[in-house]
Design a protein around this ligand. Structure first.
Ligand code: NZQ
Ligand code: ZN
Length: 392
């Protein structure tokens, strides 16, 4: 087992009607002037935003609002949010929505308390020295941003999508009411389940040391999401399935399923971020479209883990060689994606890049990871291009 640090400062308030406690939580963490940040309008249509603003008003907490965070959230709105916070003396951020609204709020938080251009942190030029405190009301179980140290932003110029990681942006509190996810389109629910599983799989497929307990947690989480994703496909209003998936989403990306690993692989995410930046696809669907090609490219270099995953998570038969079992596991993941209407290649994702575009994505991806990255197998630019080609 490798040494590790496990830091999860977020207070989780989970269950029905928990959004009604938002004012008390903001007060508990010292917020006096709030920016409520949200996405393209789902929180208006569901009535959630109105309920939140009514609650704050009743509690005498003053606030301003800023909507418009798009999926693959844009840097331009982050700049707008920073200016608004400075002008209004905002001292606490409240993100209401999915990963995009949360990530955009985190970026605003960095921009308010740090001098200079906030993009520097996403361009790996500098590290942030702080972040405005933030709380979350989650409406989409997927990214785990409600507990994670991560924020992913797209710079419109050049369509560059990059992440910034630091403990400063971990939310102070996360309100998680599974009922709030019941208005999601089925596609977004399935994208969310895919992303949750991938956050654990990125940590699982590593050539790191022994992780017996961490593996058991990871495998249990993956089986749980797999099972409940199918329940939600057939019964989207199933509260218990929503709740299982929502809690799994937070645990999949708060660090728990990586304790003791070498840091994990993360190349499916890096390859997907280029797709998201260039083609604006839903993150979870992009991951599903690329994973099979990545897995077939790397599995021989990480065979014991692929075998263990195939047996303990995908529950395939133990017959044949280790390679047979590993490949059956990969096929079973793709069958599962198909069963929840996720794509398993770029065509099914709805994008058809030219050879030049594939080369551009591989180049940007290699730059983004500083040349080469991956624990299951180290990938350089040429390897990235091969995986993109195989995923057509
Ligand atoms: O924008 P609105 O109108 O709210 O609609 C959203 C959006 O269209 C809609 N939605 C959200 N909750 C809803 C709802 N519609 C109906 N009812 C609800 N309850 O769903 C659509 C997608 O929302 P978005 O926030 O973009 O999705 P997600 O949570 O998957 O976030 C994706 C972004 O997070 C990044 C991704 O790369 C992508 O940019 N990630 C962030 C991570 C992190 N911060 O830790 C880790 C991830 O690996 C990921 O990279
Ligand atoms: Zn993800």
């Amino acid at each position: 087992m490798f040494d590790f640090q496990y830091f999860t400062p977020t207070k989780v308030v989970f269950g029905k009607n928990t959004e009604s406690r938002v004012a008390d939580l903001i007060k508990e963490f010292g917020g006096t002037k709030i920016l409520i940040h949200y996405g393209g309008g789902s929180v208006i249509r569901s009535g959630l935003l109105q309920r939140v603003t009514d609650t704050l008003q009743a509690a005498g907490i003053s606030f301003v609002t800023l909507g418009g965070a798009v999926p693959n959230p844009h840097l331009g709105l982050v700049y707008e949010g920073i200016e608004l916070c400075k002008k209004e003396n905002v001292d606490f951020l409240l993100a209401v929505g999915g990963g995009s609204a949360i990530d955009s709020a985190k970026a605003i938080g960095y921009g308010v308390v740090n001098e200079g251009d906030v993009w520097d942190f996403y361009d790996y030029k500098r590290k942030p020295a702080g972040c405005l405190p933030l709380g979350v009301i989650l409406t989409l179980a997927a990214t785990g941003s409600e507990m994670s140290d991560s924020s992913v932003i797209t710079k419109e110029e050049g369509l560059v999508k990059r992440g910034c990681n630091s403990d400063f942006c971990r939310p102070k509190f996360a309100i998680m009411n599974p009922e709030l996810t019941m208005t999601l389109p089925d596609y977004q629910t399935a994208c969310g389940c895919t992303d949750i599983m991938m956050h654990t799989m990125e940590r699982y497929f590593s050539n790191g040391g022994n992780m017996e307990l961490t593996d058991a947690l990871a495998e249990g989480l993956l089986r749980t999401v797999k099972k409940n994703a199918l329940i939600l496909r057939d019964d989207p209003k199933n509260y218990d399935a929503r709740a299982e998936v929502m809690w799994a989403g937070s645990l999949a990306h708060n660090g728990l399923t990586g304790c003791g690993s070498d840091g994990g692989d993360w190349m499916t995410h890096k390859l997907e971020h280029e797709l998201g930046g260039l083609y604006d696809v839903a993150h979870g669907a992009g991951l599903a479209a690329i994973w099979g090609s990545w897995a077939r490219y790397v599995y021989k270099n990480c065979l014991p883990r692929f075998k263990k995953f195939a047996l303990n998570v995908m529950e395939v038969s133990n017959a044949g060689t280790d390679e047979d079992i590993a490949l059956r596991g990969i096929e079973a993941v793709e069958d599962f994606y198909r069963s929840i209407n996720m794509p398993t290649n770029l065509r099914e994702l709805g994008v058809n890049p030219t050879e030049e575009e594939l080369a551009l994505m591989a180049k940007k991806c290699a730059i983004g990871v500083g040349g080469a990255k991956g624990s299951a197998r180290l990938l350089d630019e040429a390897a990235m291009l091969e995986i993109y080609r195989a995923s057509l």
